[in-house]
Ligand binder design. Structure first.
Ligand code: TYD
Length: 213
């Protein structure tokens, strides 16, 4: 039985989750928690290699079932070699993305059966569940502008998923919102018109209720 606490941040591309994840990491550290900040796809060396395979556009198209399985393979590495050991050692784990990204992107975005994705992921993760999931909701238009700006500033090349465009991101967003409606463990944070600090205050407010810190 894990002794730690598992927090995930979810949302469409450019929703601001990386910024909030970093702030959350620092906040938890200042509160005296031992924290692991990690991300998906990726998190371990091997899982980061799988990330590169999934996201780097190439001559050959990525088969959609291969895509689902590669995300799940990366997740199995991540869970078994990083997340579980950290939780067992009593750490707070903050992960940018987890299974809900596969449900939203490959399920709602690409149209694959949600039960199939849940089953594959329950095999990959041994059914480990986050204790708390923050869904940062933002429109594809606002998020798309952030992704474009980031690309300009740090030369980040548009990846395979970002290349799918606004209507894909819109289906993914609708998917995330449906998942949040059905699952009370997902905390929906509406980021529209809010500053980074205002969003962060909402996150820490909820965290102090749940973790008493
Ligand atoms: P992410 O690292 O959040 O993107 P960014 O480089 O913008 O910070 O995630 C990479 C992409 O992978 C993103 O478009 C979402 C996608 N993704 C899925 O489609 N399914 C998944 O299960 C996961 C974890 C990510």
């Amino acid at each position: 039985m894990a002794k730690g606490y598992f927090i995930t941040l979810e949302g469409i591309d450019g929703c601001g989750k990386s910024t909030q994840a970093k702030l959350l990491y620092q906040h938890l550290q200042t509160k005296g928690c031992r924290v692991l900040l990690t991300r998906e796809p990726g998190g371990t060396d091997l899982a980061e290699e799988i990330r590169r395979v999934i996201l780097t556009p190439g001559k050959e198209e990525l088969d959609p079932m291969a895509e689902i399985l590669l995300y799940a393979a990366s997740r199995a590495q991540h869970v078994n070699y990083l997340i579980k050991p950290a939780l067992e050692a009593g750490q707070v784990v903050v992960s940018e993305r987890f299974v809900h990204s596969s449900l939203a992107y490959q399920g709602y975005g690409l149209g694959w059966d949600l039960k199939l994705i849940r089953d594959i992921n329950s095999l990959a993760t041994g059914d480990i569940q986050p204790d708390l999931i923050f869904l940062l909701d933002s429109t594809p238009e606002t998020s798309g502008k952030r992704v474009a700006k980031r690309s300009k500033i740090n030369g980040h090349n548009t990846d395979r998923i970002e290349m799918r465009g606004l209507s894909f991101q819109d289906r993914v967003r609708t998917g995330f919102l449906k998942l949040a409606q059905e699952d009370p463990s997902i905390i929906l944070i509406n980021t529209a018109g809010k500053s980074i600090n205002a969003v962060f205050l909402e996150i820490t407010g909820i965290l102090s209720e749940k973790l008493n810190i």
